[in-house]
Unconditional design. Sequence first.
Length: 320
Amino acid sequence: CISTPTSALGDSYAGEMSAAAALRMALPMSPASGDGSASGDKHRSPDKLAVPCDLYGLFVAEPLQLDVRVDGWIIFFLEMARTTFFVAANFGIQLLYVTRIHNLNRRNEGAQCGPGKPYMQLVCVFVFATSIFKELRGCGDLLDLLLRCPVKETSGYMRLGVGSGSDDRHRHGAVLHAEGERKELTGFTDRLVHWAKVARGGQKQHVWTLGSMSNIWKTFCIVFVAAPRTLLCLLLLKVASGFIVRSSEETMVIDTVAALFIVDIGTFMYNAFTTNSVKQNLERMPPLEIHSSNCAKLLNFFLVNFVLPVITAAFSIAVV
């Protein structure tokens, strides 16, 4: 008499357990539980390092897109000479300004202690230091991009990674595009179909990449672009800040604007002497995706949002 209700109760309990198990399998797992943590890390949105759309990003990226089979040797040598000349000219002009300002500081030694309005000196130095720290962050991002960028060994001429293009089929260069597979156009009908596709924009748009990056080209960019850029920013921060505090009240604002102008010389060259097609290709380059830990993200959060403003303000006060 008692066994029958007990059996029914057991069957009911087993049915409820199986229904609960099925419900747990149907519902998505929480990222905080068991295997869900790995799934959460897997689907976490990555941080992105983009190629800067300026003179330095152009120097890093454009030679990797040049393809002598498509662009030709003349365009290859002209573009390599052009990008190298503008980067060298930018550094040379900035170094010339830094040397000139340093000589003016030595000539006006003691002028920073004269009567004036210290709050105006503080504001001007703070504005200039903010601009320099923005440039230093750009230097850091470029260096991080170069260090993290994957490499393709034995690519390009002399293993530099330049000259062989980023397209394995050699259909696109940095300046020109291949006209098509002429051997496939054997008849008049094939030619008409090909011309119709070209007229409708049927050809796929080529996107620049850093796929042909090599260790040699990476080292070359770090030594001759990232390192000199960082060094010049630090030198300019030191000498131009002293120049601003030695200026008179009437010329302090003008001297601050002039110091800010020196930082942007490379941007002026890039905007003035680069075609719209090359600018658009540089802007469309896919960024490098990286997965940072929570510790690195927290450190970057406090560094950028709190530590860097405090350092900028402290530096301004110390200079004034």
